[in-house]
Design a protein around this ligand. Structure first.
Ligand SMILES: O=C(O)CCC(=O)C(=O)O
Ligand SMILES: [Fe+2]
Length: 306
């Protein structure tokens, strides 16, 4: 039996009801990026209008801050999957939480206790999985236990950082390709002096596998241009003089770390921050190792940067 579509269905395609937002409110932060989301319990299935409002808000504000959330792992995953599939790294590209066979857990425990990952030290600003061929489009962190002081996470707006460059610098960097070497591979292959270079010089053997991405990335949905460079991972500009390249990267890093592009988040238990890795960096301050800090992270898969 064949279904016959009524012509009026073609004439007036159904749309979600934009009024069906429930109690959802999105309020921009007084900051260079970020918005606060209220009136949503991530344990419950969101409406189409709510999902679309969150997607639009993320595009516009780059990070979304939720509070008072209590999902278990499966509820956290269900909520996250409204925004895409869960990130899995290629087996030969280790990332935070990978096992020795290259499997990546869906939910990564970011904690300084009970065999958690990342300890209590400061984390330089980075975009998750930058060194993989298709870096994660976004990540969500849920705070379960937080220290009384420190362990704040700062996000940086890389579109603002790009816009604030002078014209000559923008012209100079617009078509450059940057290799960001995998820091987990550098841990497995330490240099004789144990140092972690900020820029690979010709005397250092390149870590493999590596992949080059545009230094100026175009956001795949908004089209915004962003300076796709982190604070201190070993990098190299393709086909560029090594001395001039190291100097250019150092200058760009100093530029993007300015406070005028940053929002610093002091965590409360129950916070979720959902950020766009394609247009922001994040890093955190250290905290007292005698205090507990436990968060869970889920990352979404991404696409080849262009
Ligand atoms: O501990 C933090 O605040 C951030 C950790 C981090 O970089 C991550 O989970 O991707
Ligand atoms: Fe991260």
């Amino acid at each position: 039996m064949s279904a016959v579509l009524r012509p009026e269905i073609h004439d007036t395609p159904a749309r979600f009801d934009a009024r069906n937002l429930g109690r959802l409110h999105i309020t921009p932060l007084q900051a260079p990026l970020g918005a606060r989301v209220s009136g949503l319990d991530v344990r419950e299935r969101p409406s189409a209008a709510q999902v679309l409002a969150l997607k639009a808000a993320l595009r516009k504000h780059h990070i979304l801050v939720f509070s008072g959330q209590t999902p278990d792992d499966s509820q956290f995953l269900d909520f996250t999957r409204h925004f895409g599939t869960i990130f899995a790294a290629p087996r030969n590209a280790p990332v935070l939480g990978s096992d020795p066979y290259g499997n990546t857990p869906e939910v990564v425990r970011v904690s300084n206790v009970d065999d958690g990952l990342l300890g209590n030290h400061e984390l330089p600003a980075h975009a998750d999985h930058h060194w993989t061929p298709q870096p994660s489009a976004g990540s969500l962190l849920l705070a379960l236990e937080v220290p009384s002081l420190g362990g704040d996470t700062t996000w940086r707006n890389l579109a603002l950082a790009y816009d604030a460059l002078d014209d000559a610098t923008r012209r100079e960097i617009d078509d450059l390709q940057l290799i960001t070497y995998n820091p987990f591979l550098r841990s497995r292959h330490p240099l004789p002096d144990g140092k972690r270079p900020l820029y690979r010089s010709p005397d250092i053997e390149a870590l493999t596998p590596w992949v080059a991405h545009p230094l100026v990335r175009t956001h795949p949905e908004s089209g915004l241009r962003a300076l796709y460079l982190d604070e201190s991972t070993e990098v190299e500009l393709v086909g560029y003089d090594p001395v001039a390249g190291a100097a250019l990267i150092a200058r760009l890093r100093e530029h993007l770390l300015q406070e005028r592009f940053a929002y610093r988040h002091q965590w409360q238990v129950g916070d979720i921050v959902y950020w766009d890795n394609q247009i922001t960096l994040h890093g955190r301050t250290e905290f007292d190792p005698s205090e507990r800090r436990v968060l869970k992270r889920i990352s979404l898969s991404g696409s080849t940067p262009f």
